[in-house]
Write a protein that binds this ligand. Structure first.
Ligand code: HEC
Length: 192
């Protein structure tokens, strides 16, 4: 009996220290770096609105975009893409004065991760690819990223940014898709 209690308290202790470790892992969020300079990105520069939505918090802790393939976010993401990106990258992300964003070739290979794509959008790259933190909130960046991913035109297996589940369901973008205003999802309440 005493032995059992002892074992039980060791087990409880173990769980407690595992929980403490998990807590540290969660607060020590990923370090995001500028795509060109490698400097650490400073999120104090971000626009005040849309910087601590649940989606942004989750993304900063995991580096995975929770808005990928969420219909409510695709709708707002498309709108932002058409106003902030398509002038340079083309309506379908096919490339114009800026490179194509809808295929698996990246000038900066880290853009094939959500973490890398976000860093390029937030901090910019070369030439006319300026930092977008001056125009877009962190939340809008995640929305626009989900749309960029959705525009992908190659085989789903190459869409490495998706979860295995999402990859299985994904179809190369065929053009013209509409999302009802009341599409369920994480972005529904904040669509403007
Ligand atoms: C004024 C024109 C312009 C606008 C607006 C613009 N971009 Fe760019 N973008 C460029 C150019 C030019 C490059 C190439 C820069 C380089 O090679 O360093 C680029 C590069 C990129 C890259 C890197 C691609 C790769 O192959 O690695 C990504 C990702 C990107 N842009 C996303 C976006 C998104 C998303 C938006 C909208 C929020 C946006 N851009 C708005 C001009 C623009």
């Amino acid at each position: 009996m005493i032995e059992n209690k002892k074992t039980a308290s060791i087990v409880v202790g173990l769980f407690a220290s595992m929980a403490a470790l998990a807590a540290v892992a969660q607060t020590s969020a990923i370090t995001f770096r500028n795509t060109i300079t490698g400097e650490v990105l400073d999120f104090n520069d971000a626009l005040p609105e849309g910087r601590d939505t649940p989606g942004v918090k989750q993304f900063l802790a995991t580096g995975k975009n929770p808005y990928n393939e969420d219909p409510s976010c695709l709708k707002t993401g498309e709108q932002t893409f058409l106003s902030a990106c398509s002038g340079c990258h083309g309506h379908l992300g096919e490339g114009k004065i800026g490179p194509g964003l809808n295929d698996s070739y990246w000038t900066y290979p880290q853009n094939e991760t959500d973490e890398g794509l976000f860093s390029t959008i937030y901090g910019g790259a070369q030439a006319s690819m300026g930092p977008q933190y001056v125009n877009l909130s962190l939340d809008e960046m995640l929305q626009v990223m989900a749309w960029v991913r959705h525009l992908f035109k190659e085989e789903p297996e190459k869409a490495v940014w998706y979860t295995p589940e999402q990859r299985k369901k994904f179809k190369p973008y065929a053009g013209h898709e509409t999302f009802p205003d009341d599409s369920p999802g994480l972005c529904r309440t904040k669509s403007k």
